[in-house]
Design a binder for this molecule. Structure first.
Ligand code: IPD
Ligand code: CA
Ligand code: CA
Length: 265
């Protein structure tokens, strides 16, 4: 850990506390009538997404007035700050609306351009994944590691599809077909943050997706990295939360999965 370690631990505690407060609110409102708006044909936003975000942002600003915020339901504020809190107040909204228990609250803290702290809290299963840069990754206080599966044919993979039927959707359908024949199974559970945390703790061996937003992948990125995993874009170049291509694996199957994905990008 670096010199900042105490500060980072404090930031982590604030992130965990606010993700749990928001998660309690999300859970309390599960399967209750809630106002649903549409950001696209199937891209829903509920009052719960907005309420969860209000809880998180107010907790953060109470502790760190003037902090930079990049949050799904309100965009960016205080952009001049060196600290940027990147927030998905409810990842897996479609699941949430249908009562399918796979959704999470995700918070990452970027300091001078690097993700230093990350939390993904799944309120339904009471699982809190978190990491500090250089300090390993944890699930409910226990250290987690990626899996040891070293061949694609023995792997369980995860992916997701964008809401819009754009070029990435069609590309990913082709990749899905190609990879399906080369692994043990592919899951599309509907919450990118959870997919990535499941790679981090070894439930999945690999994950890929296209065309997400920084709040979908920022926390998952650090948690996978700190759990010993590998991340890149679809061509094997550096992973960016601001890019459009995301591959995260246990490291052991990374080259093999890329050798398939590369044919389609
Ligand atoms: C979505 C989920 C899903 C992914 C979508 C995301 P949201 O986030 O992470 O797994 O495939 O493209 O937008 O809208 O539920 O926060
Ligand atoms: Ca999301
Ligand atoms: Ca969301």
């Amino acid at each position: 850990m670096n010199d900042f370690s105490n500060d980072l631990k404090y930031i982590l505690q604030v992130a965990i506390n606010s993700s749990k407060a928001a998660g309690d609110f999300v859970l309390k409102n599960m399967q209750k009538a809630t106002k649903i708006d549409f950001k696209g044909r199937v891209n829903m936003v509920t009052g719960v997404d907005k309420g969860s975000q209000e809880i998180i942002v107010s907790e953060i600003l109470k502790e760190f007035p003037g902090a930079g915020i990049l949050a799904e339901e309100s965009g960016e504020s205080n952009v001049e700050s060196d600290f940027k809190w990147i927030i998905d107040p409810l990842d897996g909204t479609t699941n949430f609306v249908h009562g399918f228990p796979c959704f999470a609250v995700s918070i990452a803290v970027e300091i001078n351009g690097r993700i230093k702290v990350a939390v993904v809290h799944d309120p339904y299963h009471q699982e809190t994944f978190y990491a500090i840069e250089g300090g390993g990754a944890y699930l409910n206080g226990s250290k987690i590691r990626v899996s040891q599966v070293n061949r694609l044919i023995n792997s369980l993979l995860a992916t997701g599809f964008p809401y819009e039927l754009n070029e990435y959707f069609y590309k990913n359908m082709e990749i899905f077909k190609a990879l399906y024949q080369k692994c043990q199974g592919i899951r599309r559970a509907g919450a990118a943050t959870i997919d990535m945390c499941y790679v981090a703790c070894g439930r999945f061996d690999g994950y890929w997706e296209f065309y997400l937003n920084p709040w979908d992948v920022a926390a998952g990125y650090l948690i996978v990295k700190e759990a010993g995993g590998k991340l890149s874009n679809a061509s094997g170049r550096e992973f960016s939360i601001y890019g459009h291509e995301y591959v995260a694996t246990n490291g052991l199957i990374h080259d093999e999965i890329l050798s398939v994905i590369k044919n389609f990008v």
